[in-house]
Design a protein around this ligand. Structure first.
Ligand code: AMP
Length: 270
């Protein structure tokens, strides 16, 4: 595996390699990231993984500081997976002084996480725009776990570049709880709680039936979960997966959730 530390090295490699599959990450890799990499290796000639904890997408400075980092373990995981290239840029390489930033996402997209994390998706789009420009990948692999991120990034990048943004399914633990680097910040008892919450959420989705007042139902279930598990839920919403408009039927829809377990913010969709 070749480790790329700067853009001069990167440019040389990009010139020599076509059909690159790109997996952008913030490191602290787990089986979710691994599945994206495996997908890329199946479909692309070469696979490039980036690890960059993007300061611009953290609306909370503490969250950025506490974000789990484990570069040595990450390198060993990537070597075992036989990844071709690991790109480890610095913030200066990604955001040079001359860069022009995307200031605002569309008003229509200011829902779910965009509503609660001010500037988050602007930060995501800025880093993805820059990485796509530098790497020129044929395909980019992103996880369903962060569906709204996938949705916004795909719309933006496929309009601007000749690249395909490919959705990869969410990898979960044996009790259905979605894997995430942030899970490393949870205690064992909190993981057990999150697994129970997940089970409840799956049931809520499967209980959405015709003629149900979905808005009221979800409002009630939200309060119930908050009391039962002593958590704060930011949103629990059923939305159409193609438009992300609020939905009243299960068909073509996803149930989106974001909640705080103590100080750790978790998101998922079903
Ligand atoms: P992150 O390192 O958290 O920024 O995630 C990098 C990529 O991995 C994103 O496209 C995520 O959606 C994806 N990802 C994170 N967790 C999972 C998971 N449990 N299953 C599948 N993909 C995931």
């Amino acid at each position: 595996m070749k480790v790329i530390l700067n853009n001069i090295q990167l440019k040389k490699i990009i010139k020599l390699n076509q059909n690159i599959g790109f997996v952008p990450t913030m490191g602290s890799l787990h089986k979710g990231h691994k599945s994206l990499i495996k997908e890329s290796k199946k479909k692309s000639k070469k696979t490039l993984v980036s690890i960059f904890v993007n300061p611009k997408q953290f609306n909370d400075k503490k969250d950025f500081i506490n974000y789990p980092r484990n570069i040595n373990q990450d390198k060993s995981i990537l070597r075992n997976l036989k990844v071709d290239f690991l790109y480890l840029p610095s913030a200066k390489e990604i955001f040079p002084k001359s860069s022009k930033f995307i200031k605002k996402i569309n008003k229509k997209d200011k829902i779910l996480c965009a509503k609660f994390r001010k500037g988050h998706f602007e930060g995501v789009l800025n880093v993805m725009d820059r990485l796509t420009y530098l790497i020129n990948p044929t395909n980019i692999y992103m996880g369903e776990k962060d569906y709204q991120q996938f949705y916004i990034v795909k719309k933006y990048l496929e309009k601007k570049y000749k690249t395909n943004v490919i959705l990869c399914k969410t990898i979960r633990d044996k009790r259905g709880f979605a894997l995430s680097s942030r899970n490393k910040l949870l205690k064992k008892s909190e993981i057990i709680k999150a697994q129970k919450i997940t089970k409840n959420l799956i049931k809520i989705k499967s209980n959405i039936k015709k003629n149900l007042n979905v808005k009221n139902e979800l409002e009630n279930r939200k309060k119930e979960l908050e009391e039962k598990f002593s958590i704060k839920i930011q949103y629990l919403e059923l939305r159409n997966k193609n438009s992300l408009n609020l939905s009243i039927k299960k068909q073509n829809s996803k149930l989106f959730v974001a909640y705080y377990l103590n100080h750790v913010r978790l998101i998922d969709n079903f």
